[in-house]
Design a protein around this ligand. Sequence first.
Ligand SMILES: O=P(O)(O)O[C@@H]1[C@@H](OP(=O)(O)O)[C@H](OP(=O)(O)O)[C@H](O)[C@H](OP(=O)(O)O)[C@H]1OP(=O)(O)O
Ligand SMILES: Nc1ncnc2c1ncn2[C@@H]1O[C@H](COP(=O)(O)OP(=O)(O)O)[C@@H](O)[C@H]1O
Ligand SMILES: [Mg+2]
Ligand SMILES: [Mg+2]
Length: 371
Amino acid sequence: MAGEGRRFGIGYALLPKKENSFIRESLVKLARSRGIDLVKIDTGRPLVDQGPFDCVLHKLYGEDWRSQLEDFRYQNPNAVILDSPTAIERLHDRISMLQVVSELKIENQNETFGIPKQIVIYDKETLFDNQTWELLKFPVIAKPLVADGSAKSHKMALVFNPEGLNKLKPPIVLQEFVNHGGVIFKVYVVGEHVKCVKRKSLPDVSEEKLNSLEGSLSFSQVSNLATHQKSDDKYYKMMHLEDTELPPLSFMTDIARGLRRATNLNLFNFDVIRDTRFGNRYLIIDINYFPGYSKMPGYETVLTDFFCDMVCRKDREVAVEKDLVEEFSQEVVIAAAADGRQALSCEKEVRKIVPNSCCSDGEEMENSIQV
Ligand SMILES: O=P(O)(O)O[C@@H]1[C@@H](OP(=O)(O)O)[C@H](OP(=O)(O)O)[C@H](O)[C@H](OP(=O)(O)O)[C@H]1OP(=O)(O)O
Ligand SMILES: Nc1ncnc2c1ncn2[C@@H]1O[C@H](COP(=O)(O)OP(=O)(O)O)[C@@H](O)[C@H]1O
Ligand SMILES: [Mg+2]
Ligand SMILES: [Mg+2]
């Protein structure tokens, strides 16, 4: 149970595709049995007129939604917003997204981590500039700078030689393509919970192949192709995804915790590849807000536990704050009474000291004075 006898409301605002995959009957039922009601937010009406919600779960963007969340937060200071739009925004740019990796300090003797070499290109001139190619060598992956979830933001190109640069449309990020054995690791984070899974990726590119290949190859969401597309493919048949060893979980968990702290996000996943040149070097190539959790085995339990944790923790914090205010107001009131000051000015004192306090109203304060 989330809380003894108390029910909690979590409002969700998701695009239809996400709602279909995430809000499954199995999740709704499990959450309900633990005291949590998942309620769809009507995005056609002001958020502040809906609820009451103890928590808002969302993956919607744009100025209007952002200001709706701000109004909601202002009117419901004790509600939890998963996650803050400012924190999410950092993931909408492929440079700021990975900058956070360099802020991490993780001690590990056996494995190392980082990001692939990359540069941002805003115009065609820089794309063909010699200086650019002093920093990078072919093959490279060209990714749209913006990562806002649109189909366009997932359209990538694997570029083998200068000829392949002609088709690219800046602003883009050019990233060194790192051979990694055709398998990518997806690390799903839900608060404290961390789960790592394997997915298919792009095949390695050998030096010999590089010269015989055409300029570039376009692709999109390769790790998300339907299973039949994977199994029909000769390359993936011979690759044996199941033979690939997962990275050490404790290492991935340390990175996940570090990223969670540095980004201030609770719901995200990150893509990791293992550099075949070293075998113990891991590169983070992508971080996604609120990914496809329903693909994670047992996602219902993980998410329900997390929801309970969030709303209960907030509930406890509010209760402690309320107790503190009550305790404090009594002390102030007693001191003020001794001092001969007015009770109502005591309330102001309490509000100043404990912001957002569910402060007792004037009447109660006066009553306390009489006591
Ligand atoms: O829909 P799914 O389940 O494929 O989830 C997508 C994610 O797949 P994953 O869980 O990493 O395999 C997907 O991850 P990748 O970009 O493929 O690494 C994205 O997170 C995608 O969201 P957006 O389009 O970037 O906003 C996610 O799409 P949305 O569900 O948010 O539209
Ligand atoms: N630097 C890289 N080296 C090798 N493969 C990469 C690299 N970056 C991306 N990939 C491959 O391209 C796919 C898509 O790139 P990613 O940055 O994850 O974009 P998206 O946000 O569309 O998932 C990855 O899942 C991986 O298969
Ligand atoms: Mg990805
Ligand atoms: Mg992504």
